[in-house]
Ligand binder design. Structure first.
Ligand SMILES: [Zn+2]
Length: 136
């Protein structure tokens, strides 16, 4: 554990484990540790921003590109019938971690590991990483 009070900043810094799916200079994607559905991924900016209002234009653009890239990778890897992209701001909107994040939640996927264990998350991350490569 580092001395930051933000678990997502700790993940970015490598001080907190995560099954990483994609990363570039400005963004990081990793498996949600409490998945709503198999293949549930979070996309965040590496620079701390609390809510959507707090990202500068370049960061917002980079995050949006990563959301689309990872969505295509999930589609390639899991062929979900649907995919939800959810972004919540403020406690009343059920934002739990106060570092802006986008949920990518595949819908209607059957017969896949839930991702509730670290092993399952790593397996899913590996397949989605391969999906991102395949999707280009
Ligand atoms: Zn943070």
């Amino acid at each position: 554990m580092s001395d930051t009070s933000c678990v997502f900043c700790d993940i970015v810094a490598g001080n907190e484990p995560a099954a990483r799916v994609y990363e570039d200079e400005r963004t990081l994607a990793f498996m949600d540790t409490h998945p709503k559905e198999p293949g549930h991924v979070l996309v965040i900016p590496k620079a701390h921003a609390t809510m959507i209002y707090d990202m500068d234009a370049e960061t917002a653009a980079a995050v949006a590109q990563t959301v689309v890239r990872v969505a295509r990778g999930i589609r390639e890897a899991l062929a979900p019938p649907g995919l939800s992209v959810i972004q919540s701001n403020g406690r009343i909107a059920r934002q739990v971690v106060m570092h802006v994040h986008f949920h990518l939640i595949p819908r209607g996927v059957e017969g896949e590991p839930s991702g509730r264990s670290a092993e399952e998350r790593e397996e899913l991350a590996q397949r989605i990483r391969a999906g991102i490569e395949a999707a280009g």
